[in-house]
Design a protein around this ligand. Structure first.
Ligand code: HEM
Length: 503
């Protein structure tokens, strides 16, 4: 009896699954077949079998000479882009047809998350947010944020000097996380912490908690792709309620102080459209839903800016530690530039360090914090055949597009000896050799990163202060490679032997 029910259900399910997984074949798009096909190749990541950027790099080389690849993310067909000209069309020329990001987190899971700039699908609301934020990253604004960042970098070096013996080996990951978390909460929430000396302070612990989004991990991640309704039923949010409340209270205090006493940490928050025209001249309590929205934006800035900056710094520290010649070139660049500025570490002198700029560009090429850039087709879009083995393909509205940034940036056709850390590639005399759209660590087009210059400023100031005081030497642990299964950052951190430089 049961058999009569189960058998037809099984046949219908198999038919539907087969229909999904023949989607790209039916369109004449080269596609990948994989042992874990029924969950899409992304399951490798969700099941913690492999790091997703490694999976994509493998695919990139497997489909050499193809401009795009059909792929399945669980039950959803996704188009992977491997050609720089096609990525230019998607992100820049025909931007209007791909103006939003695909859903990293299902939008109906958390209303507050869906309102932030990255997740916003309404292009008019996105434009308003973006326009309000852009002036916060001009050179003048960055210059005004310099003293605060420099102060944290000095504290960082003082801490290293105080807490270590003359020659010592440290894991930089936890220390860097603490410094950058202090810089971040100071900039957006106006709170001053000393997480170096008080690593268990509640604000730092909460930042850490906020950055480990449950939606991106293990079973919850699998559920968010396969059955988001289940997560809705279970009440799973992007951020835990305790974390949300903690930061909302901090934001409320910050805004009260700002509007009552003219206190100004970094005006990126007060520039937000939600706060335009709002009067806070009296002390009555601020509207909670407004505070929640503003906190949501501050969370995005923290999420988008903190983890990417930590990753960039860790990769740079690693490469400098294992490449002594590059480290010494950089040290020389710092000393020689500072000589021209009377030894002053200031916005202008740091900006003038060309080799430092090139080293950061090179580390972002080699280890981009975001290995894949995504878009969503907002209309049906035709990709015309350009090669004999291609057909015209219509990309249906609603199809996610994933651009294989890291794989492109590590392709020997664009960057000779691509795995070599070689900042010279980006010196002004060599820059013309870098082909357009082959290096996109901050994305491309109108939706590229608005805040990276602030992140890079933090990286520069910390590296300058560190190298002026210490030489970075490798130890056995430095060479152990255990990258995280989900992120590009080295999970076990970067072990460095610090040797005090004699002044
Ligand atoms: C080295 C540091 C950074 C890197 C490598 C980086 C990289 C990226 C990338 C790849 C994107 C997606 C771009 C696209 O889809 O085309 C992005 C978006 C974004 N980033 Fe960054 N980022 C960095 C630092 C920051 C900082 C410090 C902030 C904030 C202060 C920030 C705020 C944002 C925001 C708000 C978006 C979403 C933009 C939108 O959807 O319009 N980023 N970033």
């Amino acid at each position: 009896m049961w058999f009569l029910v189960i058998f037809p259900v099984l046949i219908i399910t198999l038919y539907k699954v087969r229909k999904i997984y023949t989607y790209w074949k039916g369109r004449g798009v080269p596609y990948c077949v994989h042992p874990l096909h029924c969950f899409g190749l992304f399951s490798e990541n969700a099941l913690r079998i492999n790091c997703y950027s490694d999976v994509f790099e493998e695919l990139y080389y497997k489909f050499k000479n193809k401009r795009y690849i059909g792929f399945y993310n669980f039950f959803q067909p996704v188009l992977l882009i491997r050609d720089p000209n096609l990525l230019k069309r998607i992100c820049v020329k025909d931007y209007h047809a791909f103006s939003v990001h695909s859903e990293a987190i299902p939008l109906n899971l958390d209303e507050q998350w869906s309102k932030n700039m990255y997740a916003e699908t309404n292009t008019q609301r996105w434009q308003k947010l973006r326009t309000s934020m852009t002036p916060s990253f001009t050179s003048n604004k960055l210059k005004s944020s310099f003293p605060a960042v420099e102060q944290f970098a000095i504290e960082f070096v003082n801490y290293l000097r105080e807490s270590i013996d003359k020659n010592v080996t440290v894991n930089m990951l936890e220390i860097i996380r603490r410094v950058l978390s202090d810089i971040t909460v100071n900039a957006y929430f106006g709170v001053k912490c000393d997480s170096l000396r008080e690593p268990k302070n509640i604000v730092h612990l909460m930042v850490h908690e906020a950055m480990t989004l449950p939606c991106f991990h293990g079973f919850t991640h699998l559920c968010s792709r396969v059955c988001p309704k289940l997560l809705q039923l279970l009440g799973v949010k992007v951020y835990k309620a305790s974390v949300q409340n903690f930061f909302a209270e901090m934001m409320e205090r910050r805004l009260q102080l700002e509007f009552e006493n003219g206190f100004k940490p970094y005006d990126i928050i007060t520039a937000l459209p939600e706060l335009q025209g709002v009067k806070f001249s009296n002390t009555e309590k601020l509207n909670r839903s407004l505070i929640d929205d503003i906190t949501g934006h501050a969370f995005l800035l923290t999420f988008a800016g903190y983890e990417t900056t930590v990753t960039t710094l860790m990769s740079l520290l690693y490469e400098l530690t294992v490449n002594d010649v590059v480290q010494e070139n950089l040290y020389r660049d710092i000393i020689q530039t500072l000589d021209k500025y009377n030894g002053n570490v200031c916005y202008e002198s740091v900006k003038a360090m060309e080799y430092l700029e090139s080293a950061i560009e090179e580390v972002l090429r080699l280890h981009p914090p975001a290995p894949v850039i995504d878009r969503l087709a907002t209309v049906n879009y035709e990709i015309k055949a350009e090669h004999p083995n291609e057909e015209d393909v219509v990309i249906e509205k609603g199809t996610p597009i994933w651009i294989l940034a890291k794989a492109i940036q590590n392709d020997a056709d664009y960057f000779p000896d691509p795995k070599k850390f070689n900042p010279d590639r980006f010196l002004s005399k060599n820059r013309h050799t870098v082909a357009q759209y082959t290096n996109i660590p901050i994305g491309a087009g109108p939706r590229s990163c608005p805040g990276y210059r602030y992140g890079i400023l933090q990286v520069k100031v910390i590296i300058v202060n560190l190298l002026l005081n210490f030489k970075l030497l490798p130890t056995e642990q430095t060479y152990v490679r255990k990258s995280s299964k989900t992120y590009t950052i080295r999970k076990h951190g970067v072990w460095v032997h610090l040797k005090t430089r004699l002044k």
